[in-house]
Design a protein around this ligand. Structure first.
Ligand code: BES
Ligand code: ZN
Ligand code: ZN
Length: 477
């Protein structure tokens, strides 16, 4: 990943970016009169927000902050701008760039840097031409009095964690199965200093996690249940926060097989929630935030193999609830229910669960945000929404009315695993809520976890959504 450093000196002989809200040509830039006139013309007459000076061995970019929007929207505009900047620098074959910031809001300087770093991400390790295709840009030096080394270090950590979550999502199931995913978490724990315990199939059987085991029945690979804990001495919270992530390493739909045309192509992304919660914990531990967090990831693939669970089956879950399983493509809630019931033993202050759970949530708001719902108090939900704006991983809250509970009633078991024709994202959340007895927020990331076309700094493929959101939330609790 792109290295981020605080610069002590500024050289106008190397590549640089000027970030400003009013271009005033500080003497130190070394522009000739002609260049200066060109820049002023572009900004004042042509209303350009990005002006490039392409010298023989030096690329200079002048960026103008648009001030007529709320700060979080200005920040997002600059992250997007970071994508153009990274492209220009890579086309120029630049290896390094300095960011010179005039007196703009520090959060905007960080947003531009973040946009550049996240845009520079590539997933090309499986291409034989990878070495040739690798972006040239490998370091950015930030020259801005308002930004501390700590700010940049945190930004580097969260960006690294986001890129790692993208990697995990982008790896296909023939490279990354449930066991591989758990091994990856163990490495993350070693690197950042948190505990990781991985329950294997025998341990999961012993615990009678019927939801996770039922989804795994059609697979020849065993399931895993990862328990990660970060507990610093200076933790602010008495009761732990719990994070839960859906770790379906591939979702074929099982016997309720997904139709072939396109609907299965990106289903390696069905562990996007697991990647988000594990990588968020990695960032939190590495940045040493003073919060006690436990992260749970149930993981398996969902396939129509030999003994696959069949629609109509009655499954006894970890907490003893019986489920009439009527659609094996609603598998996420089966494995998550066991994890949420398991979380009761920690008496959480709050549990946040992230999952690529329903096509219905993606149909409702697309990739533009995260569908949220739950039982946590309004103050907590609002705090997470604020983090959603800060990071532009926005939350759209859905209703959680009790009438939706009715839709899950079964005649022959305690509950069905699917609802009726409407409110599919909500009945999924309602199903999960039955397994909690603590404040709970359910985040459905089926829309934003994976995108088929690049959206500026969100590269095509896994987006790493959730990592930045959770880090911002726990930084501010
Ligand atoms: N993994 C899918 C949801 C999904 C869809 C994720 C699109 C990412 C992009 C989930 O397991 C699923 O198939 N859900 C079903 C539930 C239905 C059978 C009640 C769905 O949404 O169709
Ligand atoms: Zn499914
Ligand atoms: Zn799924």
């Amino acid at each position: 990943m792109l290295a981020i450093k605080k610069a002590r000196t500024f050289s106008n002989k190397e590549n640089f970016i000027v970030l400003t809200d009013k271009f005033s040509n500080k003497a130190g830039y070394g522009f000739s009169e002609k260049e200066q006139a060109y820049i002023s013309e572009q900004i004042n007459k042509q209303d350009k927000k990005l002006v490039a000076l392409n010298r023989l061995n030096q690329l200079i970019l002048v960026l103008i902050v648009e001030k007529n929007k709320p700060l979080y929207q200005q920040a997002e505009a600059l992250r997007k701008c970071g994508s153009c900047v990274a492209n220009r620098l890579n086309e120029f074959k630049a290896t390094s760039v300095q960011l010179y910031s005039e007196e703009v809001n520090p959060s905007l300087i960080l947003a531009l840097t973040e946009g550049i770093v996240l845009s520079n991400y590539q997933f090309i390790k499986h291409r034989s031409t990878a070495a040739k295709e690798k972006n040239s840009l490998n370091s950015i030096q930030v020259y801005a009095g308002a930004i501390s080394e700590k700010d940049l270090n945190e930004l580097a950590i969260v960006s690294e964690a986001t890129c790692h979550a993208r990697d995990l999502v982008n790896e296909p199931v023939n490279v990354l199965n449930a066991v591989d995913l758990a091994k990856d978490f163990q490495q993350l724990g070693k690197k950042a200093g948190f505990k990781v315990e991985v329950l294997n199939k025998a341990a999961i059987q012993k615990l009678k996690m019927g939801g996770l085991l039922s989804v795994n029945q059609g697979s020849i690979d065993p399931p895993t249940f990862s328990i990660m804990e970060y507990k610093p001495k200076n933790a602010k919270n008495k009761k732990p926060y719990v994070l839960v992530g859906k770790g379906v390493v591939y979702d074929t739909g099982g016997l309720s097989l997904k139709p072939t045309t396109n609907s299965m192509d990106s289903m390696k992304c069905d562990m996007g929630g697991a990647a988000a919660v594990a990588c968020a914990l990695y960032a939190i531990a590495k940045a040493k935030l003073p919060v006690h967090i436990i992260t749970l990831v149930p993981a398996t693939d969902n396939r129509p193999g030999g003994n696959a669970f069949a629609p109509g089956d009655i499954i006894t879950m970890y907490d003893g609830t019986t489920i009439e399983m009527l659609n094996s493509d609603a598998e996420g809630r089966m494995i998550l229910a066991d994890a949420l019931a398991y979380a009761k033993k920690y008496k959480p202050e709050l549990a946040i669960e992230l999952s690529t759970l329903t096509g219905a949530s993606a149909a409702a708001i697309g990739h533009l945000g995260i569908v949220s719902m739950g039982t946590a108090d309004e103050k907590t939900h609002n705090a997470l929404k604020r983090s959603g704006e800060n990071t532009y991983e926005r939350l759209a809250e859905f209703p959680f009315w009790e009438e939706y509970d009715e839709l899950l009633k079964s005649d022959i078991a305690d509950m069905k695993n699917i609802g009726v024709g409407f409110g599919g994202a909500i009945t999924a959340g309602k199903f999960l809520n039955k397994f909690t007895d603590y404040p709970y927020l359910h985040l459905d990331i089926a829309g934003p976890a994976f995108i088929n076309t690049r959206e500026s700094y969100r590269i095509k493929g896994g987006t790493g959504v959730g990592v930045r959101l959770l880090f911002d939330f726990f930084k501010n609790v």
